[in-house]
Design a protein around this ligand. Structure first.
Ligand code: ADP
Length: 448
């Protein structure tokens, strides 16, 4: 086991990793920009290193700054959290070249899955069901139009390097194709430096169902069921739950096995998520995330496992601490993402927290780096906390969420908490009857 690890991240996820490491007796090094000198992750780690100015490219994304911080402190491994360098194959290569360990998959796995076209080809070859679409990249508008005509509209044009909901455009009809194709290419180019795009059938009423997988890098892998993340705004998840209200035990076992077998065959190491759209009882692969997800706590709650601990274990060369047979679902968990944003526009709203009180009690987990008097810097993501509740069943989890949201106090900045109070008053949220478009439609209706 490692003696000391460095966490190349900030905010709640940095705390999450520090907590797991501490329980394992592993010392922690926090890194921070000058804007984060007073951040909670800096206070909570055993040591900290300032790695640069506020702008992420010069701090949290700077390879030399992070590698030097390891060398100065003697950290043997780097946990990337999510976002920042977590899916950067080049960084992983450099980490390995410096005889350090990346707590995550190999550079090669990240590279394969980071390109959506290659990822889809790989998954298809491994027997994972995919969304019908173009076989590979589509180079010209004429080719795109021909595929649209053959497949039937609507279709979605996606940048192969896209992520975070960017680089995707829907063409409802043939008349939309030129605009959608050009915009997806331009977004791919400007956001990710790659204008290659591909086309998929646009599913009109799917749910977003993702399967958590975990591999030991030696050909063994398990699945930890699904998360339903259908409530999304602009393709960004806001409310996640496990198990999925629409998925039966038989479906879970079947798709879970397909996913676990697929990652076992490629000797995948660590945590990964295979994302699907689910419509009319069918699963369609859309992408694989080769890292810990923001919403991993709902899976931890229902399986009673610590995924970060497990990541650190396998990265150090140990075996996984559970087998597929050990993994049994208990109850239902829901996570809501609390952002410092002003509704109804969801405008980022950094500022000083004048009062913070976290909810508690049975089945409540609050993952947040907030504290009284903390100033949220304007340079980073607006996620300031995740509230996770666990109950014996879905209705108990919903009641607990309502109760916990009522206890939460975040004063000084606007947050997305009122959105969740409003959602809990909706019948469809209680019945679990929604697809990936439900929230956008509901928000539009509220705005009228
Ligand atoms: P990103 O990497 O940007 O997150 P994904 O490929 O994971 O992109 O897609 C994000 C979201 O976009 C999905 O959760 C879904 O809401 C929507 N989406 C993606 N592909 C399709 C499709 N073929 N049909 C309908 N919606 C889609």
């Amino acid at each position: 086991m490692f003696k000391k690890i460095l966490i190349a991240n900030r905010g709640e996820i940095a705390l999450r990793v520090i907590r797991a490491a501490r329980e394992m007796g592993v010392a922690t090094v926090a890194v921070h920009s000058t804007a984060d000198a007073d951040a909670m992750h800096v206070r909570m780690a055993d040591e900290s290193v300032c790695i640069g100015p506020p702008a992420s490219p010069q701090s949290y994304l700077s390879f030399p700054a992070i590698i030097s911080a390891c060398e100065i402190t003697g950290a043997e491994a780097i946990h990337p959290g999510y976002g920042f360098l977590s899916e950067n194959a080049q960084f992983v290569q450099i980490v390995e070249d410096h005889d350090l360990t990346f707590i995550g998959p190999t550079a090669e796995h990240i590279r394969v899955m980071g390109d959506k076209i290659t990822a889809k080809d790989t998954m298809k070859a491994l027997g994972v069901p995919c969304v019908p679409g173009s076989d590979g990249g589509v180079a010209t508008l004429e080719e795109a139009q021909a595929i649209g005509a053959e497949m039937g509209y609507p279709v979605i044009i996606k940048a192969t390097a896209g992520g975070g909901g960017r680089g995707m455009k829907v063409a409802e009809t043939a008349a939309d194709m030129e605009r959608a194709f050009m915009t997806a290419r331009a977004e791919g180019k400007s956001n990710f430096g790659n204008d290659e795009v591909y086309i998929e059938k646009y599913l009109t009423t799917p749910r977003h169902i993702e399967i958590q997988v975990f591999g030991d890098g030696k050909g063994r892998a398990v699945h930890l069921g699904e998360r339903d993340c259908s409530l999304q705004r602009r393709h960004q998840k806001v409310f996640e739950e496990a198990p999925g209200p629409s998925i039966s035990a038989e479906e879970r076992a079947a798709i879970g096995k397909v996913c676990a077998d697929a990652v076992a065959r490629i000797n995948y190491i660590g945590a990964g998520t295979i994302e699907f759209l689910y419509e009319n009882g069918e699963f369609y692969f859309i992408e694989m995330n080769t890292r810990l997800q923001v919403e991993h706590p709902v899976t931890e709650a229902i399986f009673d496992v610590d995924l970060v601990r497990e990541q650190i274990r396998v990265a150090s060369g140990m075996d996984m601490s559970f087998t597929q047979d050990d993994l049994k679902i208990r109850g239902h968990a829901i996570e809501v993402r609390i952002n410092a944003e002003k509704l109804p526009e969801f405008r980022p709203c950094p500022g000083k927290i004048t009062q913070y009180h976290a909810p508690g009690g049975l089945g409540v987990r609050m993952d947040s780096a907030l504290y009284d008097g903390y100033s949220i810097p304007p340079y980073y993501d607006s996620l300031i906390g995740k509230l996770i509740v666990h109950g014996r069943d879905r209705s108990e989890a919903l009641a607990r969420l309502n109760r916990a949201l009522g206890e939460l106090i975040v004063d000084g900045v606007d947050t997305t908490v009122p959105l969740f109070h409003a959602l809990l008053a909706e019948k469809d949220v209680h019945t679990g009857d929604y697809n990936i478009h439900w929230l956008e439609k509901w928000l539009d209706a509220q705005a009228e």
